[in-house]
Design a protein around this ligand. Structure first.
Ligand SMILES: Cc1cc2nc3c(=O)[nH]c(=O)nc-3n(C[C@H](O)[C@H](O)[C@H](O)COP(=O)(O)O)c2cc1C
Length: 380
């Protein structure tokens, strides 16, 4: 053990300390208060639960903070726990701007402190004690009221905002997800996490957690404590199509006018293979459609010559998702094939506008036909 340094004299510079303590990941809040007819708010991560009975928290605020001054004056404040899409808000409330609240929807608690709409949780607090420590005030506060909604928190780690990933190891989550997408709908009613773990050579507990995380994504369902593979909700599929379109649009811009005659011939060949698989409003062979349609799209993405991009595209797992949504009863349309033809022709004539327009329509078409199918089902 090294010798203890003199009490209160640190061996660390301010920057060293910040760098080290920055490893302590936290959530992010906006503390708000109203004093002298003005609203105050500051981004703060130094917020900690203190006592359960009575419910109390600690917040630490720099003595230079105008929000700290307002809290001292009002004796009350609110905690707004930020959700993962609130990084812009967190950035704004970390400034000294006068109009931080402009355009931010909020309500008020019983002490008039602003409660930001969309925050994951709100706490209404009364200051109990105030202590000075170094550059900061420490407030020990009573929690008078609170409310929470579902969602994911904004996280802060080493000076950057991010998302919090709950327990399943990210790599296990990835292999479980990939495997489930490969399984398609050809799976028994129940998913046994121990069997799956043996197959994937992963820790059963990790696999169980990964399945739990995939419930949130809509890829797995939980019924009476067991996991099952439900049909994929439409929003999940359409969300993937939106991502597919974003990738294909980028590829289109990069590759049009730069493909060789051989590549064009391959693309045309793959396109023709998709053509026979739609008859009127029916997929004649859903499995063959899914396979050939994917081969065609994947080939277009491969034209960009980027393995990372192709890998990202494959990660979307579209064939697996489609196997869990497309059946012979699914409403099809020959215009899906016409789109493929238009894409090849756009490449052949180097018509970027046509290509982008077609890709865009192609991505929204499944959504449109699903709506139509639903309406026809309802009126039948
Ligand atoms: C992620 C993050 C966390 C922060 N946490 C705190 C904190 O816990 N306490 C604090 O005094 N300042 C904290 N700050 C800095 C304040 O948000 C910043 O100084 C702000 O300008 C103060 O505004 P005000 O003077 O209007 O109160 C944090 C900033 C960021 C970006």
């Amino acid at each position: 053990m090294s010798q203890r340094s003199e009490v209160g004299v640190s061996k660390l510079s301010k920057n060293e300390f910040r760098d080290i303590i920055g490893r302590f990941a936290s959530g992010v809040t906006i503390l708000t208060s109203r004093a002298g007819d003005r609203d105050f708010g500051t981004t703060a991560s130094a917020v900690t639960s203190l006592s359960d009975e009575p419910p109390m928290i600690i917040i630490c605020l720099n003595k230079t903070s105008s929000t700290a001054a307002a809290i001292i004056e009002a004796g009350t404040f609110a905690v707004n726990v930020l959700a993962e899409d609130h990084s812009e808000l967190a950035g704004r409330f970390a400034t000294k701007l006068d109009d931080k609240f402009r355009g931010v929807p909020f309500e008020r608690d019983e002490y008039e402190s602003p409660l930001i709409v969309g925050a994951l949780a709100h706490l209404t607090c009364t200051v109990g004690e105030q202590v000075e420590a170094g550059t900061h005030y420490v407030f020990l506060a009573h929690v008078d009221d609170g409310v929470a909604i579902h969602g994911h928190p904004l996280a802060y780690f080493r000076g950057a905002f991010g998302r919090m990933q709950t327990a399943p190891d990210a790599s296990v989550l990835r292999i479980v997800r990939d495997r489930l997408l490969e399984l398609g709908s050809d799976v028994s009613a129940e998913l046994d996490h121990v069997d799956l773990a043996a197959e994937l050579q992963a820790e059963p507990e990790m696999v169980r957690r990964a399945l739990g995380a995939l419930v949130e994504e809509g890829l797995v369902a939980r019924e009476n404590g067991s996991f099952t593979l439900p049909p994929v909700p439409e929003e999940v599929l359409f969300d993937h199509y939106a991502a597919k379109f974003a990738l294909e649009e980028g590829v289109a811009r990069q590759t049009i006018g730069r493909v060789t005659p051989e590549q064009l011939a391959t693309m045309r060949g793959l396109m023709e293979e998709t053509a026979d698989l739609v008859d009127g409003a029916t997929f004649t062979d859903p499995e063959a459609w899914i396979r050939t349609n994917n081969a065609f799209h994947e080939y277009m993405v491969s034209l960009a010559g980027s393995r990372i991009l192709l890998d990202t595209y494959r990660r979307l797992g579209l064939p697996g998702l489609e196997r869990r949504t497309i059946t012979a009863e699914t409403y099809a349309t020959e215009s899906l094939v016409a789109d493929h033809r238009a894409m090849v022709e756009a490449y052949e004539t180097e018509d970027l506008d046509l290509l982008l327009r077609t890709l865009d329509e192609h991505a929204v078409k499944p959504r449109y036909y699903r709506e139509l199918e639903k309406r026809q089902g309802a009126s039948a």
